[in-house]
Design a binder for this molecule. Structure first.
Ligand code: BES
Ligand code: ZN
Length: 562
């Protein structure tokens, strides 16, 4: 049972979807039809998930009714079936505020001349643009046809032939994705490439030049890439996530285009989901750590293989510190891997815990059983559960049939905190940076000319209450083109009320919509009355440009006391 879906796949399970959509940029709606195919059934009713959809008619059915809207789940669409039927067609349109769609005005794009649309279905937003059984336990194949009102090209995360799309492998609904905008394509290799707006596409091609090497790296460890092509789509900066692992077509924020490939761990991460997540999928959102913990583990293995141990150790060390920091701010009950979500929006469970605590568990298991045996286990796990959705309990059963361990699995999964047995990252990764930081604190000049993004981030994070004017004079951090470093710098500027940094905050928060950056910056502002005033003033102007998902998150911070 998936508590986040009205559907009853135990009664009737949809197997295939035909989607026929028109994109109306003028009215900010999609109109069209979803034809759902299932095994012939005598069950009297098919229940679908919807949120803010207008249902015009249902063909090949005896009637339909839209139930009451739940604030988290949306509304059930109850379709009365005729005996022995095996398909229905729902004619519908979306709402301009669909939670899974972002409609961008030309001003929010790089080119400033054409509008842009993209979908974000994870966790339970597919239902806001397609009526379907919106549970990760239900897998369907699909075909899509998409037309746009202004001739802009549309892409779906699937095999592509013109405006016709096809997904031959059964996928969960949260992986169905669509985008339309002024897009150009550059090839990155035989089976990979990148779509982006024309002014960004060559920078994206250079940034992602190692993609094919990353695919080969995972294949060597965990078996073949089974999805045909692997392409990337660079979205406008309001995209609320770093990346989204839509099959065949990862969606990515432009804030990873640093110019030096230093932020491509995000590509490694989304690519890794082609195994952990897309091939073997969490059955419910409480099992989300099966998607993300495994993916962060594989991401690290890719980084180690393609960029070397030092780079891996730095990324793991940064992440480990971020996990500790975030865990402190979470209630104990949210520090577990298997997360009970009754009455909650699954998006609220998206903390660093499933990601980093999950990865830490896998590294701990790897250390105990040895890398060769652990790799063999993972490979067999992906083969065994390929194209299936599984629960934490199923993972545990399978693990225990394949390997034995002294690692306290139940404690890791069901208890808060990090067990003492955790395999901590290599602690010397930043020794040089830490030495430089203490020398800098003593007033010496230091050589930072060969520092990577990771070294800069660590440096800034270990300096306690530094003199920001001196940092700025020496290192010109306000001028960095690297969004990670800039957001760290902005957070420090808020803390120290450093005016030159604060001056940049407005334009950053009004153009970038990535939640990872918004959350810490707004939270930092909200710590003081003057900051809160600034936060409200910026948010008033920035909010219309944010994705509904980011609006929801930041509303919760800024309007917490109302
Ligand atoms: N699948 C997630 C994004 C997601 C999670 C969307 C939950 C909606 C609900 C994606 O793979 C992801 O984890 N993105 C991270 C990047 C990663 C490198 C940690 C992000 O967006 O920050
Ligand atoms: Zn992920």
């Amino acid at each position: 049972m998936d508590i986040h879906s009205w559907s009853r796949p135990d009664e009737v399970q949809v197997r295939h979807l035909e989607l026929d959509l028109d994109v109306h940029f003028d009215r900010k709606i999609l109109t069209g039809a979803a034809t759902l195919h299932f095994d012939p059934t005598s069950h009297p009713e098919l229940v679908l998930d919807t949120r803010d959809l207008e249902i015009h008619s249902v063909e090949n059915a005896a009637g339909f009714e839209v139930g009451a809207r739940d604030p988290i789940l949306g509304a059930p669409l109850r379709i009365r079936l005729t005996p022995g039927c095996s398909w229905v067609r729902v004619n519908y349109s979306t709402s301009p505020n669909a939670s899974g769609l972002q409609w961008l005005d030309p001003a929010q794009t790089a080119g400033k001349r054409m509008p842009f649309l993209y979908t974000q279905s994870q966790a339970i937003h597919a239902r806001s643009w397609i009526p379907l059984q919106d549970s990760p336990a239900v897998r369907i194949t699909f075909e899509g046809r998409v037309r746009t009102s202004n001739g802009l090209s549309a892409v779906m995360a699937a095999e592509r032939a013109g405006n016709h799309f096809r997904m031959r492998h059964p996928v969960p609904s949260y992986l169905i994705a669509l985008a339309a905008g002024d897009l150009e394509f550059r090839s990155l290799g035989e089976r990979c490439g990148v779509f982006a707006e024309p002014s960004l596409v060559d920078a994206a091609r250079r940034e992602f030049a190692d993609t094919e090497a990353m695919i080969r790296a995972v294949e060597e460890m965990f078996g073949p890439y089974r999805w045909g092509r692997y392409d990337l789509l660079v979205l406008p900066p309001s995209f609320p996530f770093g990346g989204m692992e839509n099959p065949c077509l990862t969606f990515a924020t432009p804030t990873i285009l640093a110019g030096d490939k230093s932020l491509v761990a995000l590509v490694a991460h989304e690519l890794a989901h082609s195994w952990s997540g897309n091939l073997v999928t969490n059955a419910t959102w409480s099992d989300f750590w099966l998607n993300e913990g495994f993916t962060v583990y594989i991401e690290g293995r890719i980084i180690e293989k393609v960029y070397g141990q030092d780079r891996y150790a730095m990324e793991a060390t940064l992440a480990r510190r971020e996990l500790d920091r975030e865990m402190e701010s979470l209630p104990e009950s949210d520090r577990v891997l298997y997360l009970p979500l009754a009455g909650r929006d699954p998006d609220d469970g998206c903390t660093l815990v499933p990601y980093q605590k999950g990865a830490l568990l896998l590294r701990t298991l790897e250390r105990e059983v040895g890398r060769d045996r652990f790799d063999a286990f993972l490979r067999s796990y992906f083969d065994h559960f390929a194209f299936r959705s599984i629960s934490t309990a199923e993972f545990l059963n399978y693990f225990r049939t394949e390997l034995s361990t002294t690692v306290p699995l139940d404690e890791w999964i069901y208890s808060p905190g990090i067990p003492a047995s955790a395999a901590e990252p290599y602690s010397d990764a930043f020794t040089c940076v830490e030495t430089a930081a203490s020398r800098w604190r003593n007033g010496e000049t230091i050589d930072t000319s060969r520092w990577s993004t990771q070294e800069w981030l660590h440096f800034l994070r270990v300096l306690e209450k530094p003199d920001l004017a001196r940092l700025e004079a020496e290192f010109h951090l306000s001028r960095t083109g690297n969004a990670e470093i800039l957001s760290q710098w902005l957070a420090m500027s808020i803390q120290a009320q450093f005016e030159p940094g604060l001056a940049l905050l407005d334009s950053f928060l009004c153009s970038v919509g990535r939640r990872k950056f918004l959350k810490p910056l707004y939270s930092e502002l909200l710590k003081t009355p003057e900051g809160a005033e600034r936060a409200r003033s910026i948010y008033r102007r920035a909010r219309p440009g944010y994705h509904p998902i980011a609006q929801h998150t930041i509303d919760g911070l800024v309007f917490a006391d109302r």
